[in-house]
Structure formats: structure tokens, C-alpha cells
Design a protein around this ligand. Structure first.
Ligand code: C2O
Ligand code: CU
Length: 593
């Protein structure tokens, strides 16, 4: 039943990045060191490159922590990920993923993290991804890190805008400055399930039919040990050093583990199941489908339940995104099917040609038993918050994701033309304001990014001038931004003052500059432009470099211009800039002043 998996190889450059071999090594040497056949690197398949039979290990139940006081001990341990030798990792409480934290919304929760890692691991900073945490508790890179041998307690109120925070599948992971990718690759990540009463009230599957899945891509050597793709881009790397730097810093694994198990199987009943999937991989988006080709019902994304369910037969889930899928197995008694990723539809263009497009993730073995009859999925799930009605399609801010240079002169990923600097604050929205932010992908070379915003939940307002995609109907905090795309999202900055982050969640991009700090400030002290300010004013305030501004205008013009009427995106831009440009380049000249 599963699709045949074509063999594929990796380019030499990718090979080097995956195995951590220094630039200049020969392919032969790398292959020998990695113990991987040169003919085709470790593809996920019925039987993989190391000859491991697939789907022989059960999906492992995660350790679940439910107390208001939780302790996470970060230490070096060995974890059984693959059949055979265990893998040395940096874990929370000895497992990968770390324990599943399950907490009722609205109830204060304290998570104490002890850093018991080896001395050379350095400090930690733990971020509750998706949580509406106070800035001091947000695990920001460079703020109050936890040295080896020390500990700190993070307090999460789990309250938003005066009410319990919306229930959602969230997660936690290390967010150390310049070390987020390495520390997470080594294993410092886990799920955080925030529960409110909504799900039960709607009759969605619960208990053993509610399955959280953390997908994590890693590369392993012949001894089942993680490869070390990170030494190549140490922070002390000389300017201009080659492999591993932006824009050639994508880390794609040769295996995907699901809740820490390679190619697991799960015994299920002929019933409706809810799979809550987090893509915790560094770079690859998964285009999830079932080998039966049947439709699934999308009921939730990053910030919880959608207003209405969406039927689909495949769904793209990028790094840090979540999807909650109802899968109807009632007609499949006695059968086996798989949850797979095919990267052939909308996701196809996002992967380097050298990455294996076909991955089999999880086998479902349906018992030969009488079907469990359940109520149909309700047509309405969770309404949007009231601020969603106040949202404007005129951007208050611009965030341009591109490529540039850092202050040391190295090629770096940039936001608004600048690489990350934790001393700099790029935007100051006011507490309780509702703002619309525009993301623009101006990266050369056809690179997609996945933009993540801390602190609050966001509504997608427009994608390239048109309506958001059906899967973007709920609140989110991580967004696909394909090459040349322009996305408008809106939110309300409730409860907390202080600095937060916006960054690409392709973790290498984040570590290599594609991150910025914004700060919620008291009403009256922000940097909002006066009413009636033009989009050009916004661009001039947010993007200091005239060359990057010009580049941005080019992307905006193409994103708007290629669409049929009505052109809802940035009507103001057409008026202010495109009109001017068409009439003789006046506006473009203006921004060059
Ligand atoms: Cu999961 Cu700032 O990130
Ligand atoms: Cu990116």
C-alpha cells in the first residue's frame, strides 16, 4: 500500500553538511566516516540504508507531567531512537522528546530547569513556544541564561487578555543565543499541551484517541550517533568561511523520529483519532497524507482550534507549525495504513533537490474489531477572539526576510536588512494595541522561511493580496513565507510589557541572524506612525537601508501586480508607490533619497 520510494542521493555539499566533515574532505572519506553507502544516503523507506527493517518499534508513550511545579533536568544521556545502539543526546529528564507537560489553561505553572549538561555545553535558555508568557519568563536568547550547574524557575500564568489562554499543542525548547540549533538538535525539546474545556465540550477524541506526535529530523552515523553539523559555523568562524553559513546552512536529517522512535507503529481501533502533530525539525516542511489517500479533518493549528474544520487529503506543516488532524479509521478494521510525507504538492519547491522527498512516518494498525461509532465533527469549533473584528489590512509594520551581512562582515540572514543583535529593539508596539504586520520574503535563491512570533496569537489577514489559505483560518504563530511572498498577519498585544522575538524557525536561519527583538511598551510611548501615514512611511521607519527598501518594493510590486483584480493587498502601496513608479519611477527615486 505505501508508495514506492525512489532512491535518491545527496549532493556532496549536503553530504558534508550532514556528516559534519570539514570542507575539502573527499566524498569517499566522508562516506567511510559516516558508514553510509555512497550510492544513497539513509533514506526513510521500508528498509533503510543501514538495512533496518521499518515499523518494528511501537510508538513510545511520552512521560506526562501534570503538576503545577515541574522539574526538567537537562543532562547528557543515551536514548533508544533507532534499533540497535542507543544515541547519546542532551535530554530533559532522560528522554527524547522531553516529557509532555499537560496543564489546564489559566493555572499558574512553574517549570524549574536544572542545567546538568557537560561543561562545554554552555548555558541554556528555555522557551515555552506558543505560550503567552511574561517577557522575563520567555526564555529569550541572551537574557538570564542558565549556566552549567545552575537552575532557574520559569513561571507561566497561562492567562491571555484576562481569560484562560486558548488550549493548544505548544512546545518547549532551548533558545540559547547562537546555539538554538545545536542544543535542540542534541535533544532539548518537548511538548506542552495546554488544555481548556473546549475540546471535551465539542466531543473531539480524547484519552487514548488523542495522540500527540513530535516529528524530529536528525542524521545518524553508523553507530547510531547524531552527526554534528554545527562545528562548522561556530560563532568564532572566520569571515567568509564557506560551508554551513547562510545561505547554505540548511540542516536536513537522514532520519525522522516520531516521539523519539524511528518508523514506529501504533495499534489503533476502528474509530476516529485526533493526531496533534508538531514539526520539531530544523528545516524540512512535511506534506502529511495517509497512504489510503483519504481525507482528514484539520481542526487545529498552532494556537488551538480553528473556527471551522477543514477537510483535506494533505497538509503542509513547516518547522514549528502544528496541525491537529481527525483521522477516521472506522472503515478500516483489520487494515494497515501509514502517515507519510511526500513533499510533492505545495511543499515540493521548498526542499533542495537533493533531499529525499518521501518519508514514511507512522504505521497505523487497525484492529479487526467492530467500529466505534462517534458523533460527527461539529461544523463550528472555536470562534476567533473579539479583536479579530478590528483587524486592518493596512500594515503597521514591515518585516523583510532577506540575506545580507552581519557586523563581522559574514554573510548572514537578515530581518529588515540587519542581522540579529540582542542589544537592538526594532519595533515598539503599545500594550493593548491591535496591529497588522507585513512579512516580505526578499531572500535571493528561492528560499522559503517560516516566520515565528513570540508572545501572542496571530490571525492571517492576507496572503499575496488574496485571502488566507483555508488552513490559515485559525490563530497561528508560525507562518510559511515562500520566495517573493507577502503575508499580512494581525494581533493584539495583551497583558505583558517587554521584549519579545520575531524570527525564522528554520533554526539555522535563526542562529545565523534571521531574528529581531520587538518590545511591547506602555500606551502612548510606542513608535506607531500617525493615522494616515503611507506604506512608504512604514517602510522608511522599519527598513533603514535604502537598498533593502528598493528590493522590498520590487517584491511587493511583483506580489501585488501578478494578481487579478480585486487587488486587496496593499492598495495603498499601489496608490503610493506603484502608481508613482509607473508614472516615471518617482516613488522609487523618493526612497533612494
Ligand atoms: Cu520555537 Cu523563538 O521559538
Ligand atoms: Cu528561514
Amino acid at each position: 500500500m505505501p508508495d514506492p520510494i525512489p532512491a535518491a542521493g545527496l549532493s556532496r555539499r549536503r553530504f558534508l553538511a550532514l556528516t559534519g566533515a570539514a570542507a575539502g574532505s573527499t566524498l569517499v572519506r566522508v562516506a567511510a566516516a559516516g558508514g553510509v553507502a555512497a550510492a544513497g544516503v539513509g533514506l526513510i523507506a521500508g528498509r533503510d540504508a543501514q538495512g533496518l527493517p521499518a515499523f518494528v518499534q511501537p510508538l513510545r508513550p511520552l512521560e506526562v507531567l501534570t503538576d503545577s511545579d515541574i522539574t526538567l533536568v537537562a543532562a547528557q544521556t543515551h536514548v533508544q531512537l533507532l534499533p540497535g545502539a542507543p544515541t547519546r543526546m542532551w535530554t530533559f529528564n532522560g528522554s527524547f522528546p522531553g516529557p509532555l507537560i499537560r496543564r489546564p489553561s489559566g493555572q499558574s505553572t512553574r517549570v524549574t530547569v536544572l542545567n546538568r549538561l557537560p561543561e562545554d555545553a554552555g548555558t541554556l535558555s528555555i522557551h515555552h513556544h506558543g505560550g503567552h508568557s511574561r517577557s522575563s519568563e520567555d526564555g529569550l536568547p541572551g537574557f538570564d541564561p542558565i549556566p552549567v550547574g545552575a537552575q532557574r524557575t520559569y513561571t507561566y500564568e497561562l492567562v491571555e487578555d484576562g481569560a484562560p489562554e486558548r488550549g493548544a499543542l505548544q512546545w518547549y525548547h532551548d533558545h540559547t543565543h547562537l546555539r538554538t540549533s545545536k542544543n535542540t538538535w542534541m535533544g532539548l525539546a518537548g511538548l506542552f499541551l495546554l488544555e481548556d474545556g473546549e475540546d471535551a465540550a465539542l466531543g473531539l477524541p480524547t484519552g487514548e484517541r488523542d495522540i500527540p506526535l513530535l516529528l524530529a529530523e536528525r542524521s545518524f552515523d553508523a553507530g547510531n550517533q547524531l552527526t554534528e553539523p554545527y562545528f562548522l559555523y561556530d560563532e568564532h568562524l572566520a569571515p567568509g568561511a564557506g560551508a554551513g553559513h547562510a545561505p547554505d546552512d540548511d540542516v536536513i536529517g537522514n532520519r525522522v523520529v516520531v516521539n523519539g522512535v524511528l518508523e514506529p507503529y501504533l495499534d489503533v481501533r476502528p474509530a476516529v483519532y485526533r493526531f496533534r502533530v508538531l514539526n520539531a525539525s530544523h528545516f524540512r516542511p512535511y506534506e502529511l497524507r495517509l497512504t489510503t489517500g483519504q481525507e482528514m479533518t484539520l481542526v487545529g493549528t498552532e494556537s488551538g482550534l480553528l473556527p471551522e474544520p477543514v477537510m483535506l487529503d494533505r497538509v503542509l506543516v513547516g518547522p514549528a507549525e502544528r496541525v491537529e488532524l481527525l483521522v477516521d479509521l472506522t472503515g478500516l478494521a483489520g487494515q494497515r495504513l501509514r502517515l507519510v510525507s511526500r513533499n510533492q504538492g505545495p511543499g515540493a519547491g521548498l526542499l533542495p533537490a537533493t533531499a529525499a522527498p518521501n518519508l514514511d512516518l507512522l504505521e497505523l494498525r487497525v484492529a479487526a474489531a467492530a467500529p466505534v461509532v462517534v458523533a460527527p465533527t461539529p461544523a463550528a469549533l472555536r470562534p476567533l477572539p473579539t479583536w479579530a473584528a478590528e483587524v486592518s489590512s493596512t500594515p503597521d509594520r514591515m518585516w523583510v526576510f532577506g540575506l545580507g551581512v552581519d557586523p563581522q562582515g559574514r554573510t548572514a540572514w537578515t530581518v529588515n536588512g540587519r542581522a540579529f543583535d540582542h542589544e537592538r529593539v526594532d519595533a515598539r508596539p503599545e500594550l493593548d494595541a491591535v496591529e497588522t504586520w507585513a512579512f516580505v520574503n526578499a531572500s535571493p535563491g528561492g528560499k522559503s522561511h517560516y516566520v515565528h512570533i513570540h508572545d501572542v496569537d496571530w490571525l492571517v489577514v492576507q496572503r499575496n493580496g488574496g485571502s488566507p489559505e483555508a488552513v490559515e483560518g485559525g490563530l497561528k504563530e508560525t507562518f510559511r513565507l515562500d520566495p517573493g511572498e507577502v503575508l499580512l498577519v494581525a494581533s493584539k498585544f495583551t497583558d505583558h510589557l517587554g521584549p519579545y522575538m520575531i524570527h525564522c524557525h528554520m533554526m539555522e536561519h535563526e542562529d545565523h541572524g534571521m531574528m529581531a527583538t520587538w518590545e511591547v511598551v506602555p500606551p502612548g510611548s510606542g513608535d506607531a506612525l500617525p493615522p494616515g501615514a503611507s506604506l512608504l512611511d512604514v517602510l522608511v521607519r522599519d527598513v533603514p537601508d535604502a537598498r533593502v527598501r528598493a528590493q522590498t518594493l520590487g517584491v511587493l510590486a511583483a506580489a501585488v501586480g501578478g494578481r487579478p483584480a480585486p487587488r486587496r493587498l496593499l492598495e495603498q502601496l499601489e496608490f503610493d508607490v506603484l502608481g508613482g513608479a509607473a508614472a516615471g519611477g518617482g516613488a522609487a527615486a523618493h526612497i533612494h533619497q
